[in-house]
Ligand binder design. Sequence first.
Ligand code: URA
Length: 432
Amino acid sequence: MVELILKKRKGFELSKDEYTSIIEGFISGDIPDYQVSSFLMAVYFNGMSSEETANLTDIMMHSGEVIDLSAIEGIKVDKHSTGGVGDKTTLILAPLVAAAGVPVAKMSGRGLGHTGGTIDKMESIKGLSVELSRTDFIAHIKKHNIALCGQNANLVPADKKLYALRDVTGTVDNISLISSSIMSKKLACGADAIVIDIKVGHGAFMKTVKDAEALAEMMISIGSRMNKSVTAVITSMNEPLGLTIGNALEVKEAIDTLKGNGPDDLTDLCLELGSRMLVLAEVAKTHDEGVEILKKLIASGAAFAKFKELVAAQGGDLSVIEEPDLLPRSQFSYEYKSNSEGYISELNALDIGIASVKLGAGRETKASHIDHGAGIILKKKIGDAIKKNEVLAMLYSNSESNFEKAQALMDAAYTVSKEKPAYKPLILKTIQ
Ligand code: URA
């Protein structure tokens, strides 16, 4: 291992066999964490070629179960978001795209830190089970064209262990390491093609469009080396997506969007990503055709009907879907008001994400309990005019003392200017 650390430290490429020995030794415990940490830091500074990155992806992907979806007909297209605040697109896209005839085999994660996770959101629906056996997962997709479940411990265990080490050694934000981590999980889930939503901005890993482009190119290159089509959409995460942050609040907003009554930014992003999925699945010939198909499925009620079918199939209580006001809502509410007037020119997604965690909507540690009814409803977003004392957001929590903890973050999140800020687009670039 010392030789391999030195080789990477000097900037040389490592062979696939050398990566295999590192990953195998790391998982078995033969190579100690301190040597893998040192190797990761050498990778952080010297990078990895696209061949090295594809090799590492392949080795990690095969470190655990690789799901075989070949029993399901059609091109299986997965979607991934690099993580954001208020990002409930999977809840909308999965049924929307399934309603268009694309089989959706979705495995999702839980939230950690300031970004939420689809599985936590789904669990705010009473009775809904996100634990499906492999046989049931495939049977549900065959019957309903859709299933959504959590990732089990046997899916890419190498990434679990490596990510935990990266997290505490300052080596998370490296493009090769992020790409191999994400792609190994998507490929292990059996995807034939993948749409990746790469977030850029305050609330995201990638802080500049240039870095997001480099990440996109790397993931596309891994995909093409493994014969999988990848489309990357680079989108802004400077302000939260939609108007809600918090599990049950986001489910309600997803339902509104599936019925055609969602906020514009969320709806536009779902149409963009969904249409890219339809093109990869060969259900639409062009992006514009895909958008038209999806709009019709929303207008006809077919997309919402597919969401209800998903919830019912997984044991969820349909009455809360028909009447979303019955979804969990925390006991206490607080009106967060403006102390100045003008236009909102910034609404920092990171601060808002952390504020929602303080209210109980997310986990501060892996073991923290989630309050499904906690969170934030934004009443105003970037570009909106505001008056002094106007309510900017509603906060929800089961403990009134949490409002104090969230207050400073809310104060920091807003920047108010005299002039209306220039419009900044949400969808920045698509690369395929
Ligand atoms: N998400 C992942 O799954 N892996 C990373 O390395 C970063 C974000």
